[in-house]
Design a binder for this molecule. Structure first.
Ligand SMILES: C[S@@+](CC[C@H](N)C(=O)[O-])C[C@H]1O[C@@H](n2cnc3c(N)ncnc32)[C@H](O)[C@@H]1O
Length: 192
């Protein structure tokens, strides 16, 4: 299927596709990745030490590809109304329609926050810094931002440099998933 328009329109069209939770990799844009969703979720859980009692926010939750493996007090936000509905319908996870730069939760509501494969769709660095400010405001402890692209096949993706995140006191590491390990990185802040 061909998608067009703004990223918000594209992700809304994706969520409207006919399908079931078996199609989760398509809904969540994992078609080109060889990574395993469950393994990726397990790595995030380990890295942030997510416990069943933790309140955890995912920014850009999509249809719930990672949410399905979160055994905690999970809430996802996403700006695609259709994907938010899928996340609730497929995996019975809490999901809220929201732009990433205006998170509708009070200060320090969450213990931990993660985002995977979402920051590349932000329009510019100013928007990204607003998102980081919001994530820091609503999160008490660890933050993990995965799949930040340094290069991309798609000129519409926002690209990042590791120094931009290091300047904001994140540690950075090489990307986890082939074929993107060398051209994507992750940003981590374990004790904010
Ligand atoms: C590649 S999908 C990843 C979904 C999920 N995190 C996963 O890994 O399975 C990216 C998601 O980010 C969402 N997204 C992109 N830009 C956003 C924004 N500005 N605010 C909220 N959600 C956004 C999209 O709607 C889409 O669901």
């Amino acid at each position: 299927m061909e998608y067009s328009g703004t990223w918000k329109e594209i992700w809304t069209q994706k969520g409207a596709m006919e399908g079931t939770k078996e199609d989760i990799r398509i809904y969540d844009g994992w078609e080109k990745s060889t990574a395993d969703m469950e393994e990726t979720a397990a790595k995030i859980i380990k890295l942030l030490d997510i416990k069943s009692t933790d309140r955890v926010l995912e920014v850009g939750c999509g249809a719930g590809g990672l949410a399905q493996y979160m055994k905690c007090q999970y809430v996802g936000i996403d700006f695609s109304e259709t994907l938010v509905k899928r996340c609730m319908e497929f995996f019975q996870k809490s999901a809220v329609l929201s732009e990433a730069n205006d998170i509708p939760f009070k200060d320090q509501y969450f213990d931990k926050c993660f985002s995977w494969g979402c920051f590349l769709y932000f329009p510019d660095w100013e928007y990204t810094t607003q998102v980081i400010r919001e994530i820091k405001r609503v999160t008490k402890q660890g933050i993990f931002i995965g799949e930040l692209p340094k290069e991309s096949h798609d000129s519409k993706h926002q690209l990042y440099r590791e120094e931009q995140f290091q300047d904001l006191e994140f540690k950075t590491e090489k990307g986890w998933s082939e074929p993107y390990c060398d051209i994507r990185f992750n940003a981590i802040m374990l004790n904010k």
